[in-house]
Design a protein around this ligand. Structure first.
Ligand code: ADP
Ligand code: ZN
Ligand code: ZN
Length: 659
């Protein structure tokens, strides 16, 4: 009797067996409709055999093997299986994530009419400089798997290297996969790729696409028609039969790590995939993740260097403004105000970077001490004066701004601290004639609004930009000559050991916005710690020094990349429920006598309450990735078998970025 093993979108780490008289090994990778519970589900046929762990006479039969739909290729099956194993996540759920929703429902997109797409005029590539030539040649010369870390400041011509490497790949008749952090923010890049390869078939892949477009892109890639796939982390799962090159731009960016469901790192999966397919991969960044930098230090990755800006003469001059002895006005120093005034006079643009949106982080009553807290989270409600709301940035809960203190009736409530809206208002008061534009997730909450804001900047309708890290990423603002940074100090002392790495990357990135082409740029960082090594490294544009110091600290403290971690998190209405569950999980782990793996104490999470759930976590750590993986593999069965209260949810986060 032929038995089909099927991966279903069910939160259980197992496959499901069905009788399938007509199945053959040729059907592996096909979608298959099977009875499940009282209904029918579509799964992926993973294996055929003639035995089952279940009684054969109890097995149900498959309903239809969908031979009308394309089958997933073998390497795609292996890739999803690798992810299921590495992240300890049910294979059916991995496959569900990796398939476009339309295909998952068993439907094919309508073929587009063969109307010839409008071809952008080809843009000739610039002559690569010496460093770029070395980089492109090294990438093009690697015949099999090789991981390159392309390290160069903003504007040093990394994208140009990607494009020339892609050109070499296309010339061999192979496909290129390029991953970027947020495609909605990078239409400029899409236009640049399309402009460079006017006859290549370029498809984009990200979750913002309409269902049919996403399915079409997937099938174009699968059937080998797509030459270049440009996408966000999800695109790492695109089937690519002719794959020849993978690029991960801004490889340090946290958005490559999915923070829910399958908590995968698209960068890490991309490296696995390059190895699996025996093709080169390029990780590019001005501020590489310390994980990747460490690999380069140890020689596992080949470092490619771009040391100067491709066009502008010199990088911007970076300085700290010491605010220890100064009384700030609206959070800004006299020096920063003066620098802004000079740019206004010269008709140049400035950017003030404050990575906190809203008007003020909290509303408080000075007479009784009440502060605006979220009723669902252990967090404060942020004052949003623009639309007169108090809003929780963690769960989205919102409320009107109270006129009087809910505790004591005092009418004089004070917004405390400063966000982008408040800064915008203060600048408007100070420079009444200036055109000020705020760019954050509130003002640019749709791609369309974002495009409109960008157009305003580009077409010179803006004098002063106020914005969060949204502004820091990958945009050319040719008339921008001043970047002011305010409110960055808090991140120096954050409890999260990755906070300095993130701050450094942000400062380098936002600083890189200043001074392009013919205009010299300046960056001014307001701080009470002007001698802090992190700021000193930013001032000197010295990522390597910063990375060295951080890696030393990490090694001493036993943090990644010197250890490998996984977090088991639990959330439930009562904290005790979460902690109890983790205790049981810990006991089960210890019972399996873990080898070379440390289990920490169960603790409440830093943001303990979120959406009315009390959260706790258990950290597992090992100096050896294989040891950690082996342990996790053994832990899952007892974990799934644990009795937990019905309201409790748990998940495992392998290589967690956030604690
Ligand atoms: P990055 O990706 O490192 O920020 P880009 O590749 O976007 O850098 O290059 C920055 C700017 O310099 C772009 O406008 C690009 O067209 C230009 N550029 C890059 N390389 C060269 C080169 N070899 N000659 C002339 N211009 C170049
Ligand atoms: Zn009060
Ligand atoms: Zn909340």
């Amino acid at each position: 009797m032929t038995i089909a093993r099927v991966a279903l979108d069910v939160p259980l780490p197992r496959l499901f067996d069905y009788l399938a008289p007509d199945a053959t090994t040729n059907d592996i990778g096909r979608l298959v409709a099977v009875p499940f519970g009282r209904g029918t589900r579509l799964g992926v046929l993973v294996a055929v055999g003639d035995t089952s762990d279940h009684a054969i006479d109890k097995l149900k039969s498959t309903q239809a093997i969908r031979r009308d739909l394309p089958a997933m290729p073998m390497d795609w099956m292996q890739l999803t299986q690798f992810c299921a194993g590495y992240y300890q996540y049910p294979l059916g759920e991995v496959m569900t994530l990796a398939l476009p929703p339309m295909l998952r429902r068993g439907r094919l997109p309508v073929r587009r009419k063969a109307a010839l797409p409008e071809r952008p005029a080809a843009i000739a590539p610039p002559q690569a400089n010496a460093e770029q030539q070395i980089a492109v040649a090294a990438i093009a010369a690697s015949t099999g798997f090789h991981c390159f870390l392309l390290y160069g400041i903003t504007g040093s011509g990394k994208t140009e290297v990607y494009l020339q490497a892609i050109a070499a790949t296309l010339a061999q008749g192979r496909q290129a996969l390029m991953l970027v952090p947020e495609i909605a923010l990078t239409p400029q890049l899409q236009a640049r790729v399309a402009g460079r390869f006017p006859t290549a078939h370029l498809v984009s892949a990200h979750s913002g696409l309409p269902d049919a477009a996403r399915a079409r892109a997937f099938i174009d890639a699968l059937e080998g028609r797509a030459d270049i796939v440009l996408g966000t982390r999800l695109a790492v799962f695109m089937p690519l039969p002719r794959l020849g090159l993978i690029i991960v731009d801004e490889e340090h960016d946290a958005s490559f790590k999915q923070q829910e469901g399958l908590r995968y790192s698209a960068r890490d999966v991309a490296v696995f995939r390059a190895k699996q397919r025996d093709v080169p991969i390029v990780l590019g960044s001005a501020t590489p993740s310390l994980e990747s930098w460490q690999h380069a230090e140890r020689g596992r990755y080949t470092r490619l260097l771009l040391t100067r800006r491709a066009v502008a003469e010199a990088p911007p001059e970076v300085r700290c403004i010491d605010t220890r002895r100064e009384k700030l006005q609206d959070g800004m120093s006299a020096e920063l105000f003066a620098a802004l005034a000079i740019r206004l006079e010269r008709g140049e643009q400035s950017l003030i970077f404050l990575n906190r949106r809203g008007y003020a982080p909290v509303l408080a009553c000075p007479s009784c001490g009440w502060i605006s807290g979220c009723r669902r989270c252990a967090a404060n409600l942020v004052v949003h004066l623009a639309d007169k709301r108090l809003r929780c940035h963690h769960c989205g809960y919102e409320n009107g701004i109270p006129l009087a203190c809910p505790e004591c009736g005092n009418l004089d409530l004070h917004p405390f601290g400063r966000g982008t809206q408040r800064l915008e208002a203060a600048l408007a008061t100070h420079f009444p004639a200036a055109r000020i534009l705020r760019v954050d997730r509130d003002s640019a909450n749709t791609p369309k609004k974002w495009q409109a804001l960008l157009a305003d900047v580009h077409e010179g309708r803006v004098d002063i930009l106020v914005g969060t890290q949204m502004l820091a990423k990958g945009h050319d603002f040719p008339r921008l000559t001043l970047v002011g940074v305010v409110g960055a100090d808090a991140a120096l002392f954050a409890a999260d050991f990755r906070a300095p790495e993130r701050l450094f990357a942000q400062l380098m990135q936002v600083g890189g916005r200043s001074g392009r082409a013919d205009l010299a740029g300046a960056v001014m960082i307001q701080t009470e710690y002007p001698d802090h090594p992190l700021y000193r490294a930013v001032v000197d544009h010295d990522y390597a020094r910063f990375a060295k110091a951080q890696l030393q600290e990490r090694e001493q403290a036993g943090f990644p990349p010197f250890t490998f971690q996984a977090l088991l998190r639990a959330e439930a209405p009562e904290l005790a429920q979460s902690l109890d569950f983790l205790q049981l999980a810990r006991a089960a782990a210890l019972a399996s006598e873990p080898n070379n793996v440390a289990l920490y104490d169960t603790v409440p999470m830093r943001l303990q309450r979120l959406m009315n759930l009390e959260r706790a976590q258990l950290l597992v750590e090992s100096p050896s990735r294989p040891a950690l993986q082996a342990f996790l593999g053994r832990w899952m069965e007892p974990l799934y078998a644990l009795k937990a209260p019905r309201e409790l949810r748990w998940h495992l986060d392998v290589d967690p970025l956030e604690f």
